[in-house]
Structures are given as C-alpha cells and as structure tokens.
Design a protein around this ligand. Sequence first.
Ligand code: 3PG
Length: 413
Amino acid sequence: MMMKDYSYLHLDESTDPEGYVVCEYRVTTDMPMENAASAIAAEQSTGTWTGISTLRDDVFERYGARVTRIEGDLVEVAYPAEDFSIDVGGVPQILSVIAGNLFGLESIGKLRLEDVRFPSCIQEQFSGPRFGAEGLRRILGRPEKPLVGTIVKPKIGLSPEDTAEYVYEAGAGGLTNSKDDETLVDQRFCPIEDRTKAVAESLDRLKEEGHRMVHAVNISTGGHRILELAEKVQSWGAKQIMVDVITCGFAAVQALAEDPSIKVPIHVHRTMHGAITRDPLHGISMLAITRLVRMCGGDALHIGTLGVGKMSGGKGDHDSLEACLDGGSPYATVMPVCSGGVYPGMVGRMIEESGMNVQIQAGGGVAGHPGGVRSGARGMCQAVDAAFLGVHVRDYAEDHRELREALDKWGIK
Ligand code: 3PG
C-alpha cells in the first residue's frame, strides 16, 4: 500500500492564533532541527514513527500540528484547536498533547516547553481565579501594601494547639497571612480537623481584636478525596485552602476553583516543581506552569524569591511573576507569593523586583527571630513597611526594635 509522506513544516505560513494552541519548545538534538521539530509535531498530532496507511489527507489537513518557526534551538509548534477535547478534556488532555510523549522521544536529547498560548475557544472553558490578587486584598482589607505572611514552622511536629498559638502570635505581630507547610496535611500528631478548628479560633480572636488574617489549610490529597476534604475544612472554619499543584495536578486546582461549594481562595504551592523546571534545557518552564495555574483558577501561587532567597529559580521566578499579573490574560490576576528562605533584610530587594502586588512570606525568618514568633512577625511587617514607604531598611530599623534585631541576626541582602 502507498504511504504518503506528509510534511509538518509550515515555516513560511502564518497561522490564525485563534485557531491554534501555540507552543514554544527548546530542543537539544543531534538531528537537523527541521527533523526534530517535525517529529514533535507528528508524534503529538496525526503522525507516528512511520508512515501509516490510515492517515487521510483531510485528517492531516485538519488535525495535523504545524511547525511554524525554527530559530536556533527554539521551535514553535501550532496545534489545531480541534485537537483538544471540548467538554471533558481539561488540563490533563491538554498536557498530553503539548507535553506528553514528546518528552520521551529517543531521537530528541533534551526538550523544554518554554511557553504556551491558548486561543479564546479554549480559554473560555476555564474560569480562572475566583478571588485572585484583588479578592485576597479585599478579604484582608489591604488594598496597596504587599501581603506579608508566614509558614508555620517546624513544618511538621506541632500539635493543633501549637499551630493555633503560632498563628495567633503571627497575627498579633501584624501578619496578614499564614499557611501550613507542604508536607503537613493530616498526620496523627496534627489532625486536620483539630488543626483547622483551633486555627479558626485564633483567627476569630484576632478579628475581635481588629486584625484580619487568613490561614491556608493544606488539603493536598488524592483526587478522589480532595473536594470532600476542601468542603470539610471549610465547614471547620478554614478561610483559605492550599493545594500542591505539581503533586496533586492542575486538574485538582481546577476542580476546586470551579466547584460552587468551595467559597474560599486557593493558595497554590509548587513543591516538586524543581524536578520539572530546574534544567534550563529540559522540562517545563515556570512560565508555562503559571499560565496553567491561572487558567485553572489558583488565587495565589508560589513563584520563588526573584533571585534573592534560598530557592534558585533564575529567570523563571520573574517569568512566573509576570504571568501571574499579566494584563493581557482574560483571567483575574494571581497573587504572586515570594517564599523560601525569606528574612526581613532581603524584603527591600525583593519588593524592588516584584513591585507592591505581592505576598511575601517567611517561615524561618519569623520563627527564627530571637524574640519569638510575634517579634518575628513584627520584624517582617516593619521590613515591608520600610519598602512600601521607600525608606532604607537600616534607617527604618533605628526606631523599630524587632526589625533591628532581625537585621542583627541575618543581615541585609
Ligand atoms: C515554603 O513553603 O515556601 C517554605 O517552607 C518556606 O520556608 P522558609 O521561609 O523557612 O524557608
């Protein structure tokens, strides 16, 4: 039987951005780049490793992906919008197309999905953040200043009562946010029901004293239980939930964001992302991950520390920041969260990088303060106030004791 040789290269043609999902890949290969790019487009749409008798012209024309640009090691592939499921697909099916088998192709050494753009017919299937950065600010009554938070430390081992006491102290010191850490969900030493109820009491107490604060309860668990757990923690008094997007999946974020019974913002942690984002030549960029989190409805997302803290994110942190706040997106903005090795002496530099629309949070940088959690919280708030007022942290520390003590311990970065 005759097999037709179809070409996936359309380098001189322009494609209608409304008709395609457009991906940019960085490709490392010993093959000629045209061949590598064609192999990607074929594998991810109508082709395979050999010609096939069942591929008709009309199927190829309508559903075949197109290589639309090759520049050095960057390759652009446009996938027809019709290649994507309409009603029941969601992110898993999208990822199977744009980031699926291609990562295992023997002929391609390394491959990185750098960016992805969706046409409006796909964007319309997602509702984006229900609260987003603005919604969080509204809940907290903090329209302009950066949000400032903590991660309860140690990340495991505290009882529900210890956790609630930590949260109360952090709020009494002025913090707007606190959260469970990524490894804490429902261990025997800290059952989630007892913890959520105890923390809710602390937050109520703070509210009575005139301070608004939210705490994100980590509900990261199996897909069959996550909605049920989210509903339960809400009924126990949670004002925010947290989900680890890489370990639980984008679909978990989407399920929570779109379920009408969930009425609190979703804080998205990115633990394990380094396995996917860290190699500059392989994996998936934080930019692409952020676009997906925003589309799926995350209200706040960890973006790293913009080259200042303990997590090494490189350019990806800045790309993620931009994608959280990008005005060209049809969705509400996501609150970017700078987290990982943060302490008061680095807040000024971080805010120079991020601008004021950011949540800055510190675990060790609060709990490690010589005066304890309340003083640590004050030190962080004072550092944010200094940056907000445009005063150098060293000058601001002269009449702000807790900040001074933090600078004496950790210095200024
Ligand atoms: C996080 O969730 O970002 C980390 O647990 C931060 O903890 P740290 O501020 O103590 O580094």
